[in-house]
Design a protein around this ligand. Sequence first.
Ligand SMILES: Cc1ncc(COP(=O)(O)O)c(C=O)c1O
Length: 385
Amino acid sequence: MVSKRVSDIETSVIHEMSRLAGMVDDPAMLSWAKPTTGTPGHIDEGAIEAIQKGLTSGYSTSQGLPVLREAIVEKLKRDNNIEADVSEIIVTVGAIEGLSAAVMALVDPGDEVLTPSPNYSTHIQQIQLANGVPVFVRTVEEENFRLDIDSFKQAITPRTKAFLFCSPCNPTGAVFDEDTLRAVADICMDHDITVITDESYEYFVFDGNRHFSIASIPGMKEHSVSTFTFTKTYAMTGWRIGYMVAGKEMVPQLQKVHIPFAICAPVVSQYAALAALKGSQDCIAEFGEHYLKARNLVCERLDRVPHVFSYQRPQGSYCMFPKIEIEGEKDSLAFSKKLLLEGRVSTTPGVAFGPSGEGHLRLTFCCPEETINKAFDRIEEFYPG
Ligand SMILES: Cc1ncc(COP(=O)(O)O)c(C=O)c1O
């Protein structure tokens, strides 16, 4: 018999929607949250060279290749203002394994983990897998899904162990600003709450918004586990490579989870990651420009269908979370299914992203502009104004 812990987790509607999309002829996909671009050539070459030199068939040290961790330390200092030592880095199987390890290391059964609503559905499942209780904190939709600090304070109980969030956010595109994160840091230090960050979209922020890493605040590295990934930054989804940084005392505890979960991250991917960090960084700006153009196009197209959706302009990531405006059609799963099966546009129902997600759809714009236009041509035809 399957454990209660696992059987209690509902099958993700995201996977159900992917299955249905496979049954539709040429759907316009606004539901994939992975870069459609390939990994830049110099990164592939770094991996190929390592294979040819016979460096990739064994395990690395479980924390990751020292040379890669040194490059990560440099990057954290340069781009995140985080001072770390190589001993404080663990290279992981994508950000996801780091997040799972962090939650598992911190949460006892019944412990509460604060998390914004809406939030990335996998975070919610990670809390549930550790037998933790997700406690949702309100975000203010009309103000670009800003984290509501009063609700954050009110949600704290003696069982609160951690706060888990992503910024820039999947699904809303919100970027939590420095003042908000400084307020969060003060509260968490006062209440001994560990902050778990998912900074997967750190480089993709628009309109002058800035990504801020909470572990850059003096004293916060010791109160947080910060996770990062190569998946989005370098279009390396399938390589499954990321890393986390935490305080000296936390790292051996994280290692106790990381080793039974993974032993070490794939070594070939560690060499690819090294090539990514050491090589030209131009691809990041190129991807960012592409996402910005795509974001602008989706917003322009949404402006033409105000009878179907209202929306907040995403500040970062390549996701957004429009609200369904059609009376009687606010059930997001039913709406998303209908739009897919009858309108041939694939989206993700908002209900997958926490209690306040209902009544919304997640749209992703990490796709060619023609896909966005095809999707909205079909939406305009399906819901004429
Ligand atoms: C917020 C967020 N975190 C993590 C991931 C996955 O990251 P990785 O591929 O590094 O495990 C995704 C992918 O869509 C994401 O949107």
